[in-house]
Design a protein around this ligand. Structure first.
Ligand SMILES: Nc1ncnc2c1ncn2[C@@H]1O[C@H](COP(=O)(O)OP(=O)(O)OP(=O)(O)O)[C@@H](O)[C@H]1O
Ligand SMILES: [Mg+2]
Length: 317
């Protein structure tokens, strides 16, 4: 079980590099085995920053992340190596994870050296083939190829196969679907669904509400680094309480309904997949809003307290 407790991250920045820019503020949630948790928010809301802190690619500013009760920030040496055996990430652009100069399966050789030095060549090869087949790849199609000879979907699967070799327990999947075409998307989604059946906990980072709805048991709605609504997916989507969540859901066109021109003066609807973009950032000089309290509105469903129902994103237009 991975727990985020009051997790915050500030980047150095502001005018002339002074001051701190908060990217994530007092975020708490957990990722349980056998479940997918979606982290949903517009661009710049802090989703990848959370993923990177979990993977120790960025240090935490305050709060903590624990894995099976141990503070992840305290891990060093062999304990950190063990952590990476259990917690791995796959990112949006699979091409960026591969060095174009080397064959794509070099990622496995590095893993072999690091974690499986005591396996014989034949045993290693059998293990590798099993993990490739588990993600729907034919080893003969992918081994020995360069990244440019493989499709985005194949590369994404190679990365998942690599994570599986380590017997991982938690996978951080950051916008893994966005780059793929429609038919490959379904395959990778089904692959992720298969992972949770194998008992993995998945943090599914996306700005796509329908993907989050489709795949996850739990949903976290993030805006400007702050959790606004969190809970069981069926409750957050079926009974949204925060005006921002309602606005996001209203901006997703229903399937099978046709596009109709807007009346003059009506607010523009956004594209089919994207949460509204560009409102995630605080205007220069605008004071930082306090982190709202989360109130339990029904069992397993928490919503950020809205001050008089006014200070909300939906009203900012
Ligand atoms: N290394 C960094 N240095 C300074 N600021 C950063 C850094 N990384 C992220 N930020 C800022 O932190 C905020 C959150 O960024 P993050 O990448 O986590 O957003 P995101 O929700 O993943 O967005 P997207 O959907 O576009 O991927 C943004 O305002 C971003 O500009
Ligand atoms: Mg991101």
């Amino acid at each position: 079980m991975l727990n985020l407790e009051n997790l915050s991250k500030s980047f150095r920045g502001g005018s002339f590099g002074s001051g701190a820019v908060p990217a994530v503020r007092q975020v708490s949630f957990s990722i349980a085995p056998g479940e997918v948790t979606s982290l949903i928010g517009e661009s710049g809301s802090g989703k990848s920053t959370i993923g990177k802190m979990i993977l120790r690619l960025l240090p935490v500013s305050s709060g903590r992340i624990t894995f099976d009760g141990v503070d992840v920030a305290s891990l060093e040496g062999s304990a950190l190596k063990e952590y990476y055996r259990k917690v791995q990430g796959v990112f949006q652009d699979p091409f960026s994870s591969f060095n174009p100069v080397f064959r794509a399966d070099r990622i496995f050789r590095m893993l072999e050296r690091e974690y499986f030095g005591d396996l014989g060549a034949r045993e290693w090869s059998a293990k590798l083939h099993t993990s490739l087949e588990a993600v729907g790849l034919n080893p003969a199609d992918v081994l020995g190829k360069f990244a440019h000879e493989l499709s985005g979907g194949q590369l994404q699967r190679l990365l998942v196969a690599r994570a599986l070799l380590l017997d991982i327990e938690i996978l951080v999947a950051d916008e893994v679907i966005s780059m793929l075409d429609a038919s490959t998307r379904v395959d990778v989604l089904n692959l992720l669904a298969g992972l949770k059946e194998r008992g993995l906990g998945v943090l599914f980072i996306t700005h796509d509400l329908s993907l989050g709805h489709y795949i996850s048991e739990h949903t976290v709605i993030l805006r400007r680094g702050v959790v606004l609504e969190i809970g069981e997916t069926a409750k957050v989507f079926g009974n949204p309480q925060h005006s921002y969540t309602k606005m996001l859901l209203a901006s997703v066109p229903r399937l099978h309904s046709h596009w109709e021109p807007l009346e003059p003066g009506e607010p523009a609807r956004t594209g089919p997949r994207d949460a509204p973009r560009g409102r995630g950032r605080r205007a220069r000089g605008q004071p930082l809003e306090p982190v709202p309290l989360l109130v339990e509105v029904e069992p397993g469903h928490l919503v950020a307290f809205e001050d008089g129902g006014t200070a909300t994103a939906g009203d900012e237009r």
